[in-house]
Each structure stands twice: as structure tokens, then as C-alpha cells.
Design a protein around this ligand. Structure first.
Ligand code: FA5
Length: 347
């Protein structure tokens, strides 16, 4: 076969091979390019025969070689482009996203019902100009009892036995020690003291449907000039109505706390029986939610506040009892079990 025929043959066979290539032949395409157009490739081989041709044919065949090289170069480029395109297409098909698939359901949590209750009460009091104060769960005997007018051998300490860390340090039994700590700090030349203090308290109590050895209270304290029992009653009535609705009744019972005089206990009509008597209210029709009274002069004096000039009222409400009344929760232990099914009800 003469050189021209061989050139034509090389062109046609290379074009045919390129036609057969598809997306997976990147390596083969490169190999073929080297084999045909490379330094030691078939075209270079054929070129070597150029020198044996008669002189008049040399430019003609030389031109033909260049043409074939150009044609094949273009064909290789085109095939390379097609191969790349096929590769991208395959990738797109494999990695395609179905945007119509429904997303994974995220379970949204919610704040604990006690946190919600505490925040709602805080909001009401903030609206009335009270400040919110933090206290210590681990407290000194001095603030928990002595500053609350309960000296070491006072019999009323028995009602609030607790867990002692040392003889002088204990887990507080109520939020009342915050009263003494805040009174110590307050500057009465700037106006009356109006504060609440929510937090956890601890007692050596037997657990049942309405009692826990660990529960939450919100302390309230107002001290200023001419503060009367009427102010206490008005504040409590307003709070009860806001928390439990207009139809819930409250009653004030005379009571005793060493740190208030006079003292009262405040009950709300039972949420379950409406006042007829049931197992929740222990057949009384009422549930006790807070203790309150006029701040004992001795408590004021121990903070260096002149009890002739200043007077005040204080209260301590049980957060769990309030949440139970608001939501119809029948067992206080539900608050602490960490059962999602319980918490989910209060979204
Ligand atoms: C006191 O703790 C007083 N410090 C309250 C007080 C403050 C009176 C300021 C006067 C002035 P008492 O022990 O009654 O009082 O508790 C107050 C409220 O806490 C109760 O009305 C009740 O709602 C709640 N409570 C008491 N014991 C428990 C308990 N074991 N479990 C759940 N809640 C309780």
C-alpha cells in the first residue's frame, strides 16, 4: 500500500475507533492519541517514508500528512469533549436530589411547665414594679432560720426539717432567707423594696400527691412606709385572679410563721372538684398555695430597718401547687420524672 493510501487508512481507522468511544474511555482516548499522533506514533512512522518518495510527490503527501494530523487532532478534541460531557451527565444522574421528598420531622421540645409557671408569675410581678432576685439553694442556718426569727432551739424549726451539710450550712427549706439578704442590701432612701425570688427548696417531707421533699417556691417581699395588710390582700387577690381566672375562689386562714405577724395561709378552691371535696384536696375543697403575712418587726430590725417607720408584707408560694391548679395536674411527682409524655402536654 502506498504512503497516501496508508495515511487515508490511518485516518479512517482512527476516526472509527474514536466514534466507538463513550464516557468511560478517558484513558483509552489518551492512549490512542499517543499511539497515532505521539512522537513514536503511527503518523510519525508514516512520515519517515516521506524521504523515499519522488521529489514531485513530497509536497503533495507532506500537505496530506498535515491535513490528516489536523483532522485527527480535531477529532480527538471533539471526542475528548464528548467523553467529558458524558462523564458530567452520568455524575448528574447519579447524584440527583429528589427535592419533593418530605424532610425528616424534627421533634421540638418545650420549656418545663414549672419554668413556664415561674416565668408567667415573674411577668405579672415585673409588671407591678417588682424586681426579681436570686437566692442560694445551699444556705446558712443563720439566714434560713435565725434571721427569720427562728433561733436555734425554736420549736417551729420542726415544721421545716432539712438536709444539713454542716451544722451551720443546709439546703434551704424556703425562699424566705432571700428576704433578709435583700433587706440588708436595700437603700430605703431610694424608695420602697418590692421583690420576688423564685427558686428550689428542700425539706424532710414525706412524698405524696401534693408534697415533695424538693419543690419550688416564689418569695415575695414589699417593705416601705405605710404598707398594710390591705396591700397584701389586694396583691394576692390580683395574682390569684390572673393565675387561676375570675371564677376560682381564694380564702385567707389565720396561721403562724415566726417571721410574720399576723400570718395567713392562702387556699384556692380545688381545681378537680370545684370545692365539693375529693382526693386531691383531701376532702376539704381547698388547696393551700401560699403562706403570707406582715413582716415581723424583729425581721426588719435584724436588717437595721426601723420597724416604727417601715412595715411590709411577705409571701411564699409553692410553684408546683400553682402549676397543678392551673393545669389540673393530679400528682406532683409528674414534674420530676423527666417523662416527655408529661412535658409535651404543656406546649
Ligand atoms: C413557708 O415556706 C414560708 N416561708 C412562706 C412564707 C413566706 C410565709 C413569707 C410568710 C411570709 P410553707 O411551709 O407553708 O411556708 O410553704 C409555702 C408553700 O410551699 C405552701 O403553701 C405550698 O404551696 C408549698 N409547699 C410546702 N411544702 C411543700 C411540699 N412538701 N411539696 C410541695 N409544695 C410545698
Amino acid at each position: 500500500m502506498d504512503l497516501q493510501a496508508q495515511l487515508e487508512e490511518l485516518k479512517l481507522s482512527t476516526q472509527a475507533k474514536l466514534k466507538e468511544m463513550n464516557g468511560n474511555h478517558v484513558k483509552e482516548l489518551q492512549d490512542l492519541r499517543v499511539a497515532v499522533l505521539g512522537k513514536k506514533g503511527s503518523l510519525t512512522d508514516l512520515l519517515k517514508g516521506l524521504k523515499d518518495l519522488p521529489n514531485e510527490l513530497k509536497p503533495v503527501v507532506g500537505k496530506q500528512v498535515n491535513e490528516v494530523r489536523d483532522i485527527l487532532n480535531a477529532a480527538f478534541d471533539e471526542t475528548a469533549r464528548l467523553v467529558e460531557e458524558a462523564k458530567i451527565q452520568a455524575q448528574l444522574e447519579n447524584e440527583s436530589l429528589d427535592v419533593t421528598l418530605p424532610g425528616r420531622q424534627m421533634k421540638l421540645g418545650n420549656r418545663h411547665v414549672l419554668t413556664q409557671t415561674s416565668e408567667e408569675i415573674e411577668d405579672i410581678f415585673l409588671g407591678m414594679g417588682f424586681q426579681v432576685v436570686d437566692g442560694f439553694e445551699v444556705e446558712k442556718d443563720y439566714y434560713n432560720f435565725e434571721r427569720m426569727n427562728l433561733p436555734k432551739d425554736h420549736p417551729a424549726r420542726d415544721m421545716q426539717d432539712t438536709f444539713y451539710i454542716t451544722e451551720d450550712i443546709l439546703l434551704r427549706t424556703h425562699t424566705s432567707p432571700v428576704q433578709a439578704r435583700t433587706l440588708d442590701q436595700h437603700d430605703f432612701s431610694k424608695g420602697p423594696l418590692k421583690m420576688i425570688s423564685p427558686g428550689r427548696v428542700f425539706r424532710r417531707d414525706t412524698d405524696d400527691a401534693t408534697h415533695s421533699h424538693q419543690f419550688h417556691q416564689i418569695e415575695g417581699l414589699v417593705v416601705g412606709k405605710n404598707i398594710s395588710m390591705g396591700d397584701l390582700k389586694g396583691t394576692l387577690e390580683m395574682i390569684s385572679k390572673k393565675m387561676f381566672g375570675e371564677d376560682r375562689k381564694i380564702r385567707l386562714r389565720p396561721s403562724y410563721f415566726p417571721f410574720t405577724e399576723p400570718s395567713v395561709e392562702v387556699d384556692v378552691s380545688c381545681f378537680k372538684c370545684g370545692g365539693d371535696g375529693c382526693n386531691i384536696c383531701k376532702k376539704t375543697g381547698w388547696i393551700e398555695i401560699l403562706g403570707a403575712g406582715m413582716v415581723h418587726p424583729q425581721v426588719l430590725e435584724m436588717s437595721g430597718v426601723d420597724s416604727e417607720e417601715y412595715s411590709g408584707f411577705a409571701f411564699g408560694m409553692g410553684q408546683e401547687r400553682i402549676a397543678m391548679l392551673r393545669h389540673g395536674i393530679t400528682d406532683i411527682r409528674g414534674f420530676y420524672l423527666g417523662d416527655v409524655r408529661f412535658s409535651e402536654q404543656f406546649k
